[in-house]
Design a protein around this ligand. Sequence first.
Ligand SMILES: Nc1ncnc2c1ncn2[C@@H]1O[C@H](COP(=O)(O)OP(=O)(O)O)[C@@H](O)[C@H]1O
Ligand SMILES: [Mg+2]
Length: 311
Amino acid sequence: MSNVQVDVMTALVSLERVLEVLDLQPTVTDAPGAADLADDVARTGASLELDRVTFRYPSAAEVSLASLESVAVEGADPTTDTLTDVSFSVPPGAMVALVGASGAGKTTVSQLVTRMYDPTGGAVRIAGRDVREVTQASLHETVGVVTQEAHLFHDTVAENLRYAKHDATDAEIEEALRRAHVWDVVSALPAGVRTVVGDRGYRLSGGERQRLAIARVFLKAPDLVVLDEATAHLDSGSEAAVQAALAEALRGRTSLVIAHRLSTVRAADLIVVLDAGRVVETGTHADLLARDGRYAALYRTQFADTPAAVA
Ligand SMILES: Nc1ncnc2c1ncn2[C@@H]1O[C@H](COP(=O)(O)OP(=O)(O)O)[C@@H](O)[C@H]1O
Ligand SMILES: [Mg+2]
């Protein structure tokens, strides 16, 4: 009985923290009367435009919980912009590749497109519509994302895919897995698509997880795909399979690709070279090589030794 009081007091402290989290206002919210992006996309197609976008990450003090302040991690210097005056645009169905050194701001650009953050200046537009004017639900319907770290929940393969489409049938799931070049792997698992995966379930390799993420894209069929391409940790067999799956997933869709591979960059309709948060060059592969500037230098150091096979 004497211990009960200790347990209750401990629980109350935890509850206070939980309530603090529940009360936290998200920095990104739907505007009053937000529109449905699907209507704009149906009318004009999913063009993508960044118009003089400037962005600074919020400081730790702006985003973290008051009670965590004393231990909050040091944020970036709040006076420096991560992106400065970034502009580019592509028509529906086109592919734009972002290239640049690590830390140049490529991932940050992709996070503004999916509205993980709002720009501090300028605008991101999809189908001509500022993403701040549409509902987040319709934005998430329109944009599909494949990141470097494909997350799987502790659940079956099938349920992991249904996060992309709640009412997907078994046949649709098989079809998506086949198109993502991962059906052979999944069907060989102990319980096929009913095998539990994730941290405590069956451990899939990085390349297999990434192909499951691509299978989600096929199920969801978004009009715009954002891809933070990472193949550094894939073995070459896996890389070829991921590559083939991606080529198919991007076909006919607008895409923003953070590209590390020459074959992807070459195929892009527009290449945007970022350096320290600024656009330093834009053009096609041929344009930029002919200019013999930053891209040409990057190309020689970063891409020249990677295989150009598999379109
Ligand atoms: N959540 C964050 N908070 C503060 N600064 C960040 C955050 N994420 C990235 N940065 C900083 O923004 C800059 C651009 O990062 P990022 O967009 O990830 O570059 P890239 O993808 O081109 O390697 C880097 O200087 C990085 O340290
Ligand atoms: Mg990155």
